[in-house]
Design a protein around this ligand. Structure first.
Ligand SMILES: [Zn+2]
Ligand SMILES: [Zn+2]
Length: 282
């Protein structure tokens, strides 16, 4: 069985790194991965524009290692909502944070034009409790990401609260107002509750590969289902997300249990990926 991972991270400083991840993914049948940046401080860097530039360079070289392992890859760099809180904790003002985000987006566009990055991710809204104004600030940055994605025909991965209808509807409205094509948008780390509403839009969505949610979404007639590990490659936080190779393991279990068949798996792991990421099939 061939599988893909619609959203994962790698950390060459404190985790396995893309070389080991790519090798193990290939051994377990992966053909595609969408690699998404981690905040610079996860790579042992600071919070300046230069640190962002260095972290994006690391991301690009990590993506290259996945390619060398034999995977097809999409690469995204962004400004995660958790980074907004991190900057606030370091005493930055909202204006300074917006200005920094603008500079980071500039680097991303530069790298996009060089052909080494495919889009923006993650941006979005905090999924945890924080000051309401910080959520608004995150949203301002997300809207700016939409404009940039529209102007350059990029894809965007969104990290959001899991608010079912409200989450999906609010994003759809913003995307439409900005006139970004809906299919450029990926709602990442969604549950069944968001997936059902996302199906009614042209936006993509990715569901974490936990056994129980896989079982539920695979059986729900979702025509554009994508599966992600959201692996964060942080040995200090095992269990926060899945490993990429949990995807084939859990899917095989579902096939063996007779809950899904191989054709369903192929549609999700090949056809849907090809369409959503506008990429050549394996
Ligand atoms: Zn996320
Ligand atoms: Zn992620």
């Amino acid at each position: 069985m061939l599988y893909s991972d619609a959203h994962l991270h790698s950390n060459p400083i404190s985790g396995l790194g893309a070389e080991k991840i790519g090798k193990k993914m290939r051994e377990t049948g992966a053909w595609f991965a969408c690699l998404v940046s981690l905040p610079p401080y996860h790579y042992g860097l600071g919070l300046s524009v230069d640190d962002y530039r260095r972290s994006i360079d690391m991301l690009v070289s990590e993506a290259e290692k996945l390619r060398e392992a034999g995977l097809k890859v999409r690469v995204l760099a962004g400004f995660h909502p958790a980074e907004i809180d991190e900057h606030m904790r370091h005493g930055r003002s909202p204006e300074e944070i917006l200005d920094l985000a603008e500079k980071v987006f500039k680097i991303i566009v530069e790298k996009f034009k060089e052909g080494v990055i495919d889009g923006i991710g993650e941006v979005g809204r905090q999924h945890y409790s924080t000051a309401p104004s910080r959520i608004v600030l995150s949203e301002l940055i997300m809207i700016r990401a939409f404009e940039i994605a529209r102007d350059h025909d990029m894809i965007v991965h969104l990290h959001l609260e899991q608010g079912g209808y409200t989450t999906v509807k609010s994003i759809e409205r913003l995307v439409d107002l900005v006139r970004l094509r809906e299919d450029a948008v990926f709602l990442h780390h969604v549950t069944y509750n968001e997936a059902v509403y996302a199906e009614k839009t042209n936006m993509n969505y990715t569901v974490p590969a936990k056994y129980r949610s896989l079982k539920k979404v695979f059986n729900s007639n979702l025509s554009r289902l994508l599966i992600e590990s959201d692996f964060i490659d942080d040995p200090k936080r095992p269990g926060v997300s899945s490993y990429p190779w949990d995807i084939p393991r859990r899917t095989t279990r579902l096939i063996e249990e007779g809950i899904i068949d191989e054709a369903q798996a192929n549609k999700v792991f090949i056809d849907n990926i090809v369409k959503a990421y506008r990429i050549e099939p394996p």
